[in-house]
Design a protein around this ligand. Structure first.
Ligand SMILES: Nc1ncnc2c1ncn2[C@@H]1O[C@H](COP(=O)(O)OP(=O)(O)OP(=O)(O)O)[C@@H](O)[C@H]1O
Length: 364
C-alpha cells in the first residue's frame, strides 16, 4: 500500500530524514517509533503531503505521490490536538470534510452515522465539542478522518493528550477499530508500549534513519542494536568475549554467565573479539528456598523499587562490572526482600541477544 524509496529531507543543511526506505502492506497497523526529533513526524507528513522530501519517492497504492497535494492522496490524518471545530456539533464536525464531495443529504447522513458507529459515538451527534470528554473528542477526530474512507489513516501521536487510563482504553479501541475497518494505519509515537501493543510491525527510528523494522515481539526480543534494545525497554548489557563462530552462530564468554551460543544478527562483525550482549530484566528469575535451575547465579540485592504489580530489583553479582536489573511480579514476596539480602537467580542462556554496533549519527 505504501512504498517509501530512498526518501531524504533536508531543512537547510539539517538532515531530518536520511535515505529512508520501507514498505507497508494493505491493512497493516504500522508504527513509527523513536525519540523526539528522530524524524518520525516528518516521514508521516511526507506520506500525507504536508511535507516535501528533498529526494526519493513515495508510492501510495502504486501511485508515485510526491507531486500530489494532500487532498489528491488516498490518505487522511488524525492530529495530536483534536482539531475539531468548537462551534459545530459532533455530526457537523464529522460531516465537514464530506461537503466537497457533494453527496446527497441521505448519503452524507449515512456516512456520518456509520463513522459515529465505528467510534462508538452514535447518539452523541448533537453534542458540542465542550460537552465531550477528551476521549470522546479524540473519537470525533477519528470519525472525521474515517468518514472520508481513506485507504491509509495517518495518526500523529493521537493519544498523547489523554491521561494514562484513558490512553490505555483508547489504545485497545484503536486496535479493535483498525481490525474492523481493515484500513492501513500508520501511527507515530514515542511510547514504546503503545507501539508494542498496537502494531503489526514497528519501525524504530534514530537520527533520521530506520534502525530496525520488525514485529513487536521480534523487535523487543531480538533488537538488532544496543540503542533499539534500550529504547524498547530495560536491558542488561554485558561485554562478552567471542570464543568462535560457526555459520550463523557465535559462541561467547559472557563473564559470570559462562559460555553461551547465540544467533548472529544481520550485519554482525566481531571485529575486536569483544561484543555486547543483552538480557531483559524479566528473563532473570528469583529462586526461592529449594528451587533449582540449570543456570543459576548468586547475588545481593542492592536496590529495590516497588511498582504495585511488580518490583524492580538491582542485584550485585561478584565478577560482573554492572549490577543486574530484574523485574519480579509481587506474588512471592520480592517486594519484601531487604536491601543486602543474598539471593539466587535463574537465567536462560537463550534469552541473551547479540547486539550489533549502532551506526554513528552523522546528521549535520
Ligand atoms: N520546518 C522545520 N525547519 C527546520 N527543522 C525542522 C522543521 N521541522 C522539523 N525539523 C527538525 O527535523 C527533525 C525531525 O523532526 P520531526 O518533527 O520529524 O521529529 P519527531 O521524531 O516527530 O519528533 P517529536 O516526537 O518531537 O515530534 C527535528 O530535529 C526537528 O527539529
Amino acid at each position: 500500500m505504501i512504498q517509501i524509496e530512498n526518501v531524504s529531507k533536508f531543512y537547510g543543511i539539517y538532515k531530518a530524514l536520511d535515505d529512508v526506505s520501507l514498505s507497508i502492506a494493505e491493512g497493516e497497523f504500522f508504527s513509527l517509533l523513536g525519540p523526539s526529533g528522530c524524524g518520525k513526524t516528518t516521514l508521516l507528513r511526507s506520506i500525507a503531503g504536508f511535507e516535501n522530501p528533498t529526494a526519493g519517492e513515495i508510492y501510495i497504492d502504486g501511485v508515485p505521490s510526491l507531486a500530489l497535494p494532500p487532498n489528491k492522496r488516498p490518505t487522511n490524518m488524525v492530529f495530536q490536538s483534536y482539531a475539531i471545530f468548537p462551534h459545530l456539533d459532533v455530526a457537523e464536525n464529522v460531516a465537514y470534510g464530506l461537503k466537497r464531495l457533494k453527496l446527497s443529504p441521505e448519503e452524507e447522513k449515512k456516512r456520518v452515522g456509520d463513522a459515529l458507529d465505528m467510534v462508538r459515538l452514535s447518539g452523541l451527534g448533537q453534542r458540542k465539542a465542550h460537552e465531550l470528554s477528551g476521549g470522546q473528542r479524540q473519537r470525533v477526530a477519528l470519525a472525521r478522518a474515517l468518514v472520508m474512507r481513506p485507504k491509509v489513516l495517518l495518526l500523529d501521536e493521537p493519544l498523547s493528550a489523554l491521561d494514562k487510563k484513558l490512553r490505555e482504553e483508547m489504545q485497545v479501541e484503536l486496535r479493535t477499530l483498525q481490525k474492523a475497518v481493515g484500513i492501513t494505519f500508520i501511527l507515530v509515537t514515542h511510547d514504546q508500549y503503545e507501539a508494542l501493543a498496537l502494531s503489526d510491525r514497528i519501525a524504530v527510528m534514530f537520527g533520521g534513519r530506520i534502525a530496525q523494522i520488525a514485529s513487536p515481539k521480534e523487535i523487543y526480543q531480538r533488537p538488532r542494536t544496543r540503542k533499539v534494545a534500550d529504547f524498547l525497554g530495560g536491558m542488561n548489557f554485558l561485554k562478552a568475549k567471542v570464543l568462535g563462530e560457526q555459520g550463523n552462530a557465535v559462541s561467547i564468554d559472557a563473564a559470570r554467565f559462562g559460555a553461551v551460543q547465540l544467533e548472529k544478527p544481520q550485519g554482525f562483525a566481531a571485529s575486536s573479539g569483544h561484543v555486547t550482549v543483552g538480557i531483559r530484566p524479566e528473563r532473570l528469575r528469583l529462586l526461592w528456598d529449594d528451587d533449582r535451575a540449570p543456570h543459576e547465579l548468586s547475588g545481593r540485592i542492592e536496590n529495590r523499587a516497588y511498582f504495585g504489580e511488580v518490583t524492580h530489583l538491582t542485584v550485585g553479582i561478584d565478577g560482573l562490572e554492572q549490577p543486574l536489573s530484574m523485574v519480579e511480579t509481587n506474588n512471592f514476596g520480592a517486594d519484601d526482600l531487604p536491601i543486602g539480602a543474598e539471593i539466587r537467580l535463574a537465567y536462560d542462556p537463550e534469552a541473551f541477544v547479540l547486539l550489533a554496533e549502532d551506526p554513528p549519527v552523522t546528521r549535520i
